[in-house]
Design a protein around this ligand. Structure first.
Ligand SMILES: Cc1ncc(COP(=O)(O)O)c(C=O)c1O
Length: 377
């Protein structure tokens, strides 16, 4: 049996829907920023429970647009070190400086105690990242810290389509949210992103920035230095197809995660995360830790060679604070160079992510468990 790194399940009905809708787009003459984009934005806003959603060409663009909308030029933005580099990179491109925080070991999310320590006079915003599709069990504390310090709270929800905290969806927890639709994500449009917010000012600024800083699409009058961050009609069709299936996608992910939750106990050298009962993850990843002394590369290699199981990438294996680009350009990081991030270093070093995608069958999951047991004897 082969377990590939990823499958994206498009059934015949999905393909027919996409073909029909793309054909209509091609015949219409409107290939970008027209009815399908507007429809996808409306549906996604309703899905998250926010007033506004704005499609963009990537999750990175969405982050940068929001940071530009609130103007972080010359300010610091607090970001967890355990995230994809797009998060801190968006701060740098928006003209700000990054302050990294450590995470909590049990759940991978930003450590609110470290957040408190990292806030400076020039801090304007905090980006929390719902790593692995999980939401911090201490989210309310993070929100309160932001409120008390007058900081804008941006959710990087690139992993968290449909995740919820006490019933409120990701994208509707902070002042604004940012999603990615990259192929590995919970929902995909091949490439693409989405901003969610109920803040009218952020929304209006984001519309201007998304299209070269033009207040009105039909006139070449530029009031800001925007960019081409537009979203195409064809990508929006892919998004509308995903909206039709998101209930099934999330249920499949949850079912597979429950299987692992129940069976992981069989393996002493795999330690699960702790997820609070009031957090509903999107299960972008099923993260667990290898016991001390197990070498990740050797273990992954054995699974691949002996069982043809390819584990998906970690979230993440290389912390942002130690990326060479920040050594090259230290002026973009406000942390003390002597600072350490012990939990981040631990979770980056010790985690593995088990295969998890809609359509993974029970016999495949049993096969994976057997292989894990053997490779971690
Ligand atoms: C946490 C996080 N933030 C931002 C992004 C950027 O999204 P995109 O690749 O769509 O630009 C990603 C994508 O992998 C991500 O994982």
């Amino acid at each position: 049996m082969k377990i590939p790194i990823l499958r994206i399940p498009y059934d015949q009905e999905d393909i027919s829907f996409i073909k029909n809708e793309v054909e209509k787009v091609l015949r219409s003459g409107y290939l970008t920023m027209a009815d399908n984009v507007a429809k996808f934005e409306t549906e996604f806003a309703a899905f998250c429970g926010v007033k506004h959603a704005l499609g963009t060409n990537s999750g990175t663009s969405s982050l940068e647009i929001v940071l530009r909308a609130i103007d972080v030029v010359g300010a610091t933005v607090v970001v967890p070190s355990n995230t994809f580099m797009a998060t801190p990179i968006s701060v740098v491109h928006a003209g700000g400086k990054v302050v990294f925080t450590d995470c909590e070991r049990d759940n991978l999310q930003m450590d609110p105690d470290d957040l408190k320590r990292k806030i400076r006079k020039d801090t304007k915003a905090v980006i929390i990242v719902h790593i692995g599709g999980i939401i911090s069990p201490r989210f309310e504390e993070i929100k309160r810290i932001c409120k008390e310090n007058g900081l804008f709270l941006l959710e990087d929800a690139a992993h968290a389509h449909g995740a919820a905290f006490k019933g409120t969806k990701a994208g509707n927890l902070g002042d604004a949210g940012s999603f990615s639709f990259y192929p590995t994500k919970v929902m995909t449009t091949a490439e693409g992103g989405m901003i969610t917010t109920s803040d009218n000012f952020v929304y209006e600024q984001a519309i201007i920035l998304r299209e070269h800083g033009k207040k009105d699409h039909s006139f070449n009058v530029h009031t800001e230095f925007g960019y081409n961050w537009r979203f195409s009609e064809i990508h929006a069709v892919l998004g509308l197809q995903q909206m039709r299936k998101i209930g099934w996608i999330l249920a499949e992910r949850k079912k597979i995660a429950s299987f692992y939750d129940q069976n992981i106990k069989r393996i002493k050298k795999l330690l699960p995360l702790r997820i609070a009962s009031y957090v509903e993850p999107a299960y972008y990843k099923y993260v667990c830790f290898l016991a001390d002394g197990v070498d990740r590369a050797t273990f992954k290699n054995k699974l691949k060679e002996k069982y043809e199981i390819i584990l998906p990438g970690e979230v993440y294996s290389d912390p942002c604070h130690s990326q060479p680009v920040f050594e090259k350009y230290p002026q973009y990081v406000a942390n003390d160079i002597k600072e350490s991030f012990p939990n981040t270093d631990y979770v980056c070093r010790q985690q593995v992510c088990l295969p998890l995608y809609p359509g993974l069958r029970t016999d495949e999951l049993e096969y994976i468990m057997g292989a894990l047991e053997d490779c971690l004897k």
